[in-house]
Design a binder for this molecule. Structure first.
Ligand SMILES: Cc1cc2nc3c(=O)[nH]c(=O)nc-3n(C[C@H](O)[C@H](O)[C@H](O)COP(=O)(O)OP(=O)(O)OC[C@H]3O[C@@H](n4cnc5c(N)ncnc54)[C@H](O)[C@@H]3O)c2cc1C
Length: 154
């Protein structure tokens, strides 16, 4: 029987997918290192202040609050915000990963058993193509701006 403690799992990205993965793995008793490049956990729903979250269409805060809280309060999960992976080498079961904290400029070397990449998506910047009229035509707006208008009653 192998009595050695398993290496932690690295989760890259602290949106709903990464938070769920990190929380579920910790519930199984595994150590997790969660690396999020932004200052805050939560991914797109927090960043863009979604109103309701799929699939149950519950208020965003009701879903994301416990998801974030479960990870932040879990002693098995080490959260690295403002951080990103600089390099990764190795084989399944033992990867050597260099994580850099962009805010303080410090790097740390981690050894993990596996890596979950849950880096999500970025909204398309419509201003890069003038054909959309975004930025020049006042009535062309992005979805997060539409949401902000509807929240403000605009
Ligand atoms: C236009 C639009 C509107 C939407 N509206 C809704 C809605 O109203 N309700 C709803 O339920 N769903 C909505 N969705 C879907 C929802 O956004 C996704 O289902 C959800 O965000 C996916 O979660 P995720 O964790 O995979 O990705 P994300 O939420 O994108 O999270 C990824 C995380 O990874 C981090 N990251 C990225 N790259 C790195 C890196 N290299 N290193 C470290 N961290 C990194 C990011 O900063 C981010 O925190 C919408 C999607 C789109 C495109």
């Amino acid at each position: 029987m192998n009595l050695k403690e398993p290496l932690p799992v690295l989760v890259i990205g602290g949106g709903p997918a990464g938070l769920s993965a990190a929380g579920d793995l910790a519930d199984l008793g595994l150590r997790v290192i969660l690396v999020e490049r932004r200052e805050r956990l939560g991914g797109a729903p927090i960043r863009w202040n979604y109103n309701l979250l799929a699939p149950a269409m519950r208020p965003m805060e009701e879903v994301m609050g416990p998801l974030i809280g479960h990870v932040e309060s879990n002693p098995l999960v080490a959260v690295h915000t403002n951080s990103s992976v600089e390099s990764c080498e190795g084989v399944p079961g033992a990867f050597k990963v260099v994580v850099k904290n962009g805010k303080v400029g410090a790097s740390s070397v981690l050894v993990v058993s596996s890596v979950i990449v849950s880096t999500g998506f970025e909204h398309f910047d419509a201003s890069v193509d003038p054909r959309y009229g975004y930025g020049s035509a006042p009535d062309v707006i992005a979805i997060h701006e539409l949401r902000a208008c509807s929240r403000e009653g605009g």
